[in-house]
Write a protein that binds this ligand. Structure first.
Ligand SMILES: *Cc1c(COP(=O)(O)O)cnc(C)c1O
Length: 400
């Protein structure tokens, strides 16, 4: 949308959960693999060997940061592809090997996981979508009961690490533990967590985990999938032998190199995470104090450092987002992935919000790229916008 605020031309990007600004370091790192070293990593000649070495190097650096062995990390085009490969591949293998055809997941997963599970229902799997409490946390006990209620045992438990809409951080360590005790595999969608908070797959204890480069400063179209050694996996995509047969197709060498660099820089920036958390809390407190009828969605503590999701009584979140855009502020309604559809957010409904409350919600997601001045500007712009929209709705043009 065009920025009509020419005279001031302030620009605040506060939609980091949708995608993060590409880091200059990532661009620097990838350029040599676009200009000169554009070889195919599968080629035996010199050009191919250089590309292959770049992937090996990136694999070692990324696996060191997420705490796995290099041969447990697979490169993909992003979290959606990773989730599809992991969930479909593990479900099929567990069905073939053990006759298990139950999947347990949650009602608040990203569509990459949720819709994949919905499709598997049509392929003879039974899926249990466990809900969350009013603050958006999934209960380990509910996962346990779902596990014991399955017929023939569960194949897979998929619970996300951090939610993309409300930022809630789930007890994935405990979930992985109960899954293991029930003989099921565990998968976590860590796309919002990797790069934002420290993530160690061995500590989490999951069998599989996905993430996406563009959520932490790499360009779009590159992601990762951790698969623990020995996890049964059916091949989902047919083709060559790249990525140990798990993800055939010529590798995105430059993207992979950029992702390694972006993750290293993100790991360095963990020092800065407290500053992001302080900005987040100042924004939440400021909104609640300045505007009556503002409520935080999700848990105040078990929450990503940059996530603010609020419902604002008596306005449409979409109108707020459009008016903020005209002031040079980029935010989202409920979820960027659901924008364009008129459906209310499935995640917000899971919290027990009414249709009206879901429609009145906005998501503001900060990162290390944001400043205190950004928070000030959002706070300054938001109140008059909300007051104006409320007046329009009630037809009361008096007052503030
Ligand atoms: C963004 C996101 C995805 C999808 O990532 P893509 O790179 O678009 O495939 C999956 N899960 C979560 C939690 C996300 O935030």
């Amino acid at each position: 949308m065009e920025n009509k605020n020419e005279e001031k031309s302030v620009f605040v990007y506060a939609d980091n959960a949708a995608t993060a600004p590409v880091m200059p370091e990532a661009i620097e790192a990838m350029l040599p693999y676009l200009y000169d070293e554009w070889g195919n990593p599968s080629s035996m000649h010199a050009k191919g060997r250089i590309a292959k070495a770049a992937i090996r190097d990136a694999r070692e650096r990324i696996s060191a940061i997420i705490g796995c062995e290099p041969d447990e990390l697979y490169f993909t085009s992003g979290a959606t592809e990773s989730a599809n490969i992991a969930i479909r591949g593990a479900a099929r293998a567990m069905r073939e090997v053990y006759g298990r055809r139950c999947i347990i997941t949650t009602s608040i997963e990203h569509p990459a996981v949720y819709e994949t599970c919905r499709e598997l229902e049509g392929e003879g799997y039974s899926v249990d979508y466990v809900g969350c409490n009013a603050s958006g946390i999934v209960s380990v006990r509910d996962i346990e009961s779902a596990l014991s209620a399955t017929h023939g045992g569960a194949a897979l438990v998929a619970v996300m690490l951090a939610n993309n809409e409300i930022g809630t951080i789930q007890p994935v360590e405990e979930v992985a533990d109960v899954a293991k005790r029930a003989g099921a595999l565990s998968f976590t969608d860590a796309t919002q967590a990797v790069g934002a908070i420290p993530v160690d797959v061995k500590k989490l204890g999951v069998d599989m985990m996905c993430f996406s480069g563009h959520k932490f400063g790499a360009p779009k179209g590159v992601g990762g999938l951790y698969i623990k050694r020995g996890v049964p996996m059916a091949r989902i995509i047919g083709g060559g032998e790249q990525e140990n047969n798990i993800r055939p197709g010529t590798e995105n060498v430059a993207g992979i190199v950029a992702m390694a660099r972006a993750l290293e820089v993100s790991a360095d920036l963990m020092r800065d995470v407290e500053r992001v958390r302080v900005m987040r809390d100042r924004l939440i407190k400021g909104l609640v104090a300045a505007i009556p009828g503002v409520r935080l969605n999700g848990d105040p503590d078990m929450r990503l450092p940059g996530n603010v999701n609020v419902s604002i009584d008596g306005v449409s979140g979409e109108s707020v987002a459009i008016l903020l855009d005209m002031k040079g502020i980029c935010i989202s309604t409920g979820s960027a992935c659901a924008t364009g559809t008129r459906d209310p957010s499935r995640v917000l409904l899971s919290l027990g919000l009414s249709r009206e409350e879901t429609d009145s919600s906005i998501r503001i997601t900060l990162s290390h790229t944001n400043t205190d001045a950004d928070v000030d500007y959002i706070l300054e712009q938001l109140r008059p916008i909300v007051m104006r929209l409320r007046k329009l709705r009630t037809g009361n043009y008096d007052g503030q």
